[in-house]
Design a protein around this ligand. Sequence first.
Ligand SMILES: Nc1nc2c(c(=O)[nH]1)N[C@H]1C(S)=C(S)[C@@H](COP(=O)(O)OP(=O)(O)OC[C@H]3O[C@@H](n4cnc5c(=O)[nH]c(N)nc54)[C@H](O)[C@@H]3O)O[C@H]1N2
Ligand SMILES: Nc1nc2c(c(=O)[nH]1)N[C@H]1C(S)=C(S)[C@@H](COP(=O)(O)OP(=O)(O)OC[C@H]3O[C@@H](n4cnc5c(=O)[nH]c(N)nc54)[C@H](O)[C@@H]3O)O[C@H]1N2
Ligand SMILES: [Mo]
Length: 679
Amino acid sequence: MTSTTVRAACPHDCPDTCAMRVTVENGRAIRVQGDPDHPPTHGALCTKVSRYTERTYHAERVLFPLKRSGPKGKKEGSGQFVRVSWQEALADIAARLGEIAARDPEAIVPYSYAGTMGLLQGESMDRRFFHKLGASLLDRTICASAGGDALAATYGGKVGMHLEHYAESKLIVIWGSNSIASNLHFWTFAQKAKRDGAKLICIDPRKTETADKCHQHIALLPGTDGALALGLMHELITNEWLDHDYIERHTQGWPALRERALAWTPERTAEVCGISADEVCALARDYATTKPAAIRLNYGMQRVRGGGNAVRLIAILPCLIGAWRHRAGGLLLSASGWFPRDGRALQKPELMGNRRPRTINMSTIGDDLLRESSAAFGPKIEALVVYNSNPVAVAPESPKVVKGFARDDLFTVVLEHFMTDTADLADYVLPATTQLEHLDVHTSYGHTYALINEPAIAPLGEAKSNTQIFRELAARMGFTEACFSDSDETMARAAFGQAISFDALREHGWVKLPLPEAPFANGGFPTPNGKCMIDAPGLGVPDHVPNYESVQSSPELARRYPLAMISPPARNFLNSSFVNVKSLRDIEGEPLLEMHASDAASRGLHGGELVRVFNQRGEYRCKLAVSPRARPGVVNGLGVWWRKLGVAGTNVNEVTHQQLTDLGRAPSFYDCLVDVQAV
Ligand SMILES: Nc1nc2c(c(=O)[nH]1)N[C@H]1C(S)=C(S)[C@@H](COP(=O)(O)OP(=O)(O)OC[C@H]3O[C@@H](n4cnc5c(=O)[nH]c(N)nc54)[C@H](O)[C@@H]3O)O[C@H]1N2
Ligand SMILES: Nc1nc2c(c(=O)[nH]1)N[C@H]1C(S)=C(S)[C@@H](COP(=O)(O)OP(=O)(O)OC[C@H]3O[C@@H](n4cnc5c(=O)[nH]c(N)nc54)[C@H](O)[C@@H]3O)O[C@H]1N2
Ligand SMILES: [Mo]
């Protein structure tokens, strides 16, 4: 028997990007473990990815190209596919795309997100292909662009504290994040700090498993984080807790924000946030007087109309108290901006030539698939090529998304591991390799190490990597530029330019970026003047922006649908990935809506029954849990189930909407009013 260990990286959309070791025996991967030497991973994987072999060898893997043989949508015979050869599939797809492109290439739209975060399988040959084709561009906004743009407007980039230094913090504010579920390797460092005497405070409408383990939980109303930050500023000002020297030297625009914050008394803040004035005052005191104080901000709090403004306000706080002076003080939302990746080398935007195709926002795909051609919109969407994403399950307002994907005159190609809700509505499903079967290189948004993923096993069945599929499609389309023959290794070597050596990645599995320990101890933010931009160019000074769907913005709607619904991830799924891994689905049980006892009592509900969660857009069905995890007035619809594995073929996105955030053109999933009834 031959047994080898291969260095790999977890590909999933998660801040942790773990370094993995894959044990291979006789060509079969038998075990996936965390790399004990990689400091963020420290030998541990989450429940989901420790079962990665179960996913790779899943009996329902798509292993051959499939072609639709029955009509789309909810008609008789739908969901039927026949196996075809790669040759037939590629020739037919190239012919169909070529025919549309001859009329107008912008009628073709790529649709991808972070099913794999790898730079090769996620954003290399695919982009080259669509750039050369002249297809519409895609604005990849579905997750993090409100907070990401806000962070960049404030600090000049997606940069922040080192993950490891949280172990030395004395106060950690976990803000809009369920770390134990979605950022487990951060939690390890927070626990170390806790053992060394740090206080942990969780700010989250839901009493999560993370909130359970913190010293304090502040259960504010969804979308009120900006107001809370302003209320904290009020206290910092009136109690003389500001670091005037840091503000003077390293920020720009404070006087105008100071003026605004003075109107946010603890009482007004408490009223807007649905908490007590004492909670506001005590949080401000803890934050100002415990040193070093660190904030772990996460994307959960920016999925609302005012998410961008809220992130800007919170990101200013560490500057006001000079928390950045210590390496264990400051804030982390994303570390991805630290990485020296060479996007141009990977994606070759010059292949567009003089063309500047229109941009489709992935978050409004529901509306856009239903639009006709017009001067403002451009051509009707005639073809979609989907990879690394499951939009029919994850995109907001699914009644429209489903209707769009079910269009008979839409040509849809889906590159997938499984027959997802999206693949069900495809014309062609192409079998893609999993992380164990292809080469890749990775950055991270939660730590500061670049990683390699070496292929551990040969592709299963007839699966091909995304890069290979786009390479072969390019050849079929007659694209002759040399870059379409680049191998994965050639692209991997170019991914970080000269900054990170591919050979070093090969040898060690991962490489730590050379960065200062306390990056902003003396200012030096990556903005044009090195200062934190409180007054950002073109944006002015940030303010609290109430939710679209709230008593303040839409009182009539709030009377009809009085419950605010958030839809954070179920712990054992990753967005909609892993929902079809039975052992994980068994842990989750079934789609669940958590509701506070008082809201249940006033509706005559008891918990355990099947309910309909509804609003003006639609309804979905799930089981009700009367639970202390929900605060009064807010229900938690845990996501994101595959529709076909949920109740009555629905999931939580039946009721979410497509209105975009204040910054970053992102969806506001957690800005959603509903009501609930027994079925
Ligand atoms: N197990 C697991 N891990 C994951 C994922 C997963 O689906 N499952 N998803 C991955 C992805 S794609 C991402 S982007 C990250 C996301 O990770 P996080 O950024 O941590 O975001 P979420 O887990 O979506 O939400 C975090 C918390 O925000 C809370 N929240 C909701 N609305 C508000 C609000 O208005 N204010 C505040 N303060 N809190 C609010 C939710 O209740 C939830 O507990 O996690 C990644 N990791
Ligand atoms: N209501 C609600 N909706 C949400 C969220 C929420 O909190 N609430 N979260 C949002 C967030 S944060 C995000 S990031 C999005 C995520 O939405 P998506 O990016 O669509 O993520 P997944 O649902 O995990 O789907 C990824 C798909 O990529 C496939 N895949 C993985 N690796 C590969 C590969 O190498 N090649 C190919 N071809 N396919 C691959 C997987 O099999 C999987 O089906 O969902 C968003 N939707
Ligand atoms: Mo995400």
